[in-house]
Design a protein around this ligand. Structure first.
Ligand code: 2NL
Length: 359
């Protein structure tokens, strides 16, 4: 009778050859099933152990276990090699030319996105950086730190969307302005600070001139010697750059809880048939709100108002986009109609810049 362990070595050799010859993962799995599957050759041999004498079992048990482990290890090694080869082949063949022009059906940049990029370009040139923060805010960052005392009617005036309170009873809100971004910046960065905060804002209000989601750009400058002259110069320069035209402006006293003094800025305009011309004319249009940051706001952020002062401003991006590009109806802006987008949208590959023109 032949030595059974010699047979086992022969089986191992045969599977080694078959595994090495398997050209792909599917063929390799066929070999694995033929050897180690439920009805595979090695599994069937192991099932035969039960009919053997105790002496035979002592020899064949460990030998078959060894065979099983050897073949399983060879399958794994081959599998890894085949997977590596498949990845190499994919990397070599599936290249993508990132410089290829896009196809005929290009999407367009929404005018609101275009206008926010134009604003970022103008303010970057004046030394501002862009800051962002969460759309879902807590009461402290959206109201308390901005000098809205608890129960103050201005909280209701903001038509706030309240979230369902969490397990600890904490009720978050959809931010009603992007000011919380500036609060977060003042609490985490040392002056001098020069940032704009563009983004989505939310108020429970919907009619001809209001959508429940709208876009704002706010700005904040904090230093040791910032005064209202800086505020006026900065905003006048911004408006002229934005409308690509000399624009006559005026500042009117106003009130906001978070600035003192506060003002609104108007621009001269005239009607020209159905369209509106910004810059000259006999009428004034309110275009943004601004002011010197209220000492209570500075204190809430851990800044000493005896040392630091600053100005802040806020403007509605959607309305500025409508004015600059002549979209007549606010509600078309967020309807997602592809015909509207192909008419009013901007080429996605054209970057706004001060050198090549903003728009
Ligand atoms: C408007 C008016 C404004 C601000 C926003 C602000 C932010 C901080 C501190 C002080 Cl952290 N002020 N933001 C200031 C004045 C006006 O927005 O009419 N927006 C559409």
């Amino acid at each position: 009778m032949s030595d059974p362990t010699t047979d086992i070595a022969a089986i191992a050799n045969r599977f080694e050859t078959e595994i090495g010859a398997a050209p792909d993962l599917a063929a390799l799995d066929d070999v694995r099933v033929a050897a180690l599957g439920k009805k595979g050759e090695i599994s069937m041999m192991m099932r035969g152990l039960g009919k053997m004498s105790p002496d035979e079992k002592k020899v064949m048990g460990p030998a078959l276990n060894g065979l099983k482990n050897t073949v399983a290890a060879m399958v794994e090694t081959r599998k890894a090699a085949l997977e590596n080869a498949a990845l190499d082949a994919a990397l070599a063949s599936e290249t993508m030319d990132m410089s290829l022009p896009v196809g005929r059906k290009t999407g367009t940049l929404h005018p609101v996105q275009q206008v926010m990029e134009e604003m970022a370009v103008i303010f970057s040139d004046m030394g501002f950086s862009v800051a962002e923060g969460p759309d879902i805010e807590d009461d402290f960052h959206n109201f308390t730190a901005l000098n809205f005392p608890p129960g103050h009617p201005a909280r209701d005036m903001h038509d706030t969307f309240f979230m369902v309170p969490d397990a600890e009873g904490i009720q978050k809100v959809l931010r009603t302005h992007t000011s919380p971004v500036q609060i977060r910046t003042m609490m985490s960065q040392k002056p001098p600070i020069r940032i704009i905060a563009p983004g989505r804002t939310y108020r429970c209000d919907s009619d001809q001139t209001h959508t429940p989601m709208f876009h704002q750009v706010e700005g904040l400058v904090i230093g040791e010697d910032i005064h209202m002259g800086h505020l006026k110069g900065c905003l006048m320069d911004f408006i002229s750059a934005f409308f690509e035209n000399d624009v006559e402006t005026r500042f009117r006293p106003h009130h906001f809880p978070f600035t003192e003094p506060s003002a609104e800025m108007d621009v001269r305009y005239e009607r020209d048939g159905a369209s509106i011309k910004i810059g000259s004319g006999d009428e004034w249009m309110e275009i943004l709100g601004c002011g010197m940051v209220h000492p209570n706001v500075l204190k809430s952020c851990g800044l000493d108002p005896e040392i630091y002062q600053g100005f802040a401003f806020g403007m509605g991006v959607d309305r500025l986009a409508m004015l600059k590009y002549g979209m007549p109806d606010l509600r078309d802006m967020f309807a997602g109609d592809p015909r509207w987008l192909s008419h009013y949208g901007f080429g996605p590959l054209v970057q706004a810049s001060l050198e090549s023109g903003l728009s």
